[in-house]
Design a binder for this molecule. Structure first.
Ligand SMILES: Cc1cc2nc3c(=O)[nH]c(=O)nc-3n(C[C@H](O)[C@H](O)[C@H](O)COP(=O)(O)O)c2cc1C
Length: 345
């Protein structure tokens, strides 16, 4: 009875009124459709993990990355302010304290630890004193205990790009690479050296991400049994999924954010990294096909179980890859024109 009523309301109330009223839209997704419920839960789980870690340990890796990035922007600002970063200096130093003291090591690499330390050294070297800055400067100096090395040539701080740092790839060559990359669904059965995948990932890691937080992971499978099992979870791999040499699932970490406003950033950052990854694969003689992640409860549950995902982790995109079969066709996929996608204002 209730089911029939719901069905009736769903059919008859799905009207422009729902779209015009935010309250009714919310009501619809509260009472008649659960399609967003997993996303809501994951966003909350991420916020909770981020904030409770901060509460418990006064430290958070993602906060430290974001704030180090913000300090770098302050350092390269023209003109540079005499005081900046005061509103988040204390929390930055709290997190730095934990990372530098190796109490929160699981996330930070040596390179990032050096980056945190070098940026903070530069900050304290150039910023003018206020009582707060003075206190935090003392704390910093006591912590790093002479490791600032302000004259070292390889400091991880804002820099001017030297001519030698520029690539000599021409636009024409780059454009050719973008045309070379097509979604490839037929591959040779040859194994793919992990060394090559890692090289493509090194390029993917250079992609931009909001405040440099890089809230994603690439889970890579090259065992044929695992590939067959996992590639059948998303839709869109019918007919070719089981023959993919390598299957990748890109996972987004929603615990990178304390606020809902950033809930879409995992998808943006993950996709930017995916794009670089796929282009890099082409330069290594490999090809790929992006595979949609459908937000369907049953499939989400399957992937969650298979990859042992945490409540704040969400699949973003899957990618199949391998050595392309030269005889395998690719779709023509005519693209839209400049005129269709571009307006200058
Ligand atoms: C987000 C996304 C999801 C996709 N999902 C699938 C998929 O599930 N199955 C598939 O065979 N191709 C999938 N593709 C590949 C597209 O079909 C392909 O990119 C598009 O047709 C354009 O062709 P091209 O990549 O060769 O330029 C996906 C691509 C993207 C970017």
């Amino acid at each position: 009875m209730l089911g029939t009523l719901k069905k009736y309301i769903k059919q008859h109330l799905f009207s422009p009124l729902l779209v015009r009223s935010r309250f009714l839209s919310n009501l619809y997704y509260c009472l008649f459709s659960r399609n967003f419920s997993r996303e809501h839960q994951a966003v909350l789980a991420g916020r909770m993990k981020h904030l409770s870690e901060l509460n418990k340990t006064r430290s958070n890796y993602y906060l430290l990355v974001r704030n180090t990035h913000r300090i770098e922007k302050g350092l390269l600002m023209r003109p540079r302010k005499v005081h900046f970063a005061s509103s988040y200096l204390q929390e930055t130093m709290d997190s730095f304290n934990a990372v530098w003291g190796n109490r929160q090591v699981e996330e930070s690499s040596d390179g990032q630890k050096k980056w945190f330390k070098d940026v903070l050294s530069e900050y304290f070297a150039v910023v003018e004193d206020t009582p707060l800055i003075q206190t935090e400067r003392r704390r910093f100096k006591a912590l790093v205990n002479g490791a600032e090395n302000l004259s070292a040539p390889d400091r991880s701080i804002p820099y001017v790009r030297e001519p030698g740092m520029f690539s000599n790839i021409s636009y024409e060559e780059f454009y050719k690479l973008t045309r070379q990359r097509r979604s490839v669904r037929w591959f040779l059965p040859n194994p793919v050296p992990r060394k090559l995948i890692d090289k493509a990932l090194m390029a993917a890691l250079q992609s931009p991400s909001a405040c440099n937080r890089q809230p994603f992971e690439f889970r890579i499978f090259d065992d044929p049994h695992q590939v067959a099992a996992l590639s059948s979870i998303p839709m869109g791999t019918k007919g070719y999924g089981h023959r993919l040499p390598v299957f990748v699932v890109i996972i987004g970490n929603l615990d990178a954010y304390p606020y809902e406003r950033d809930r879409h950033v995992i998808y943006i950052d993950g996709s930017l990294a995916a794009m670089t990854f796929m282009l890099a694969l082409e330069t290594l003689g490999l090809s790929s096909c992006p595979i949609n992640w459908p937000d369907i409860e049953e499939r989400e549950r399957q992937m969650e179980k298979a990859l042992k995902l945490e409540p704040w982790q969400r699949p973003i995109l899957c990618i199949g890859l391998g050595y392309p079969d030269p005889a395998g066709k690719v779709a023509f996929s005519e693209k839209r024109t400049l005129k269709q996608i571009r307006t200058y204002h």
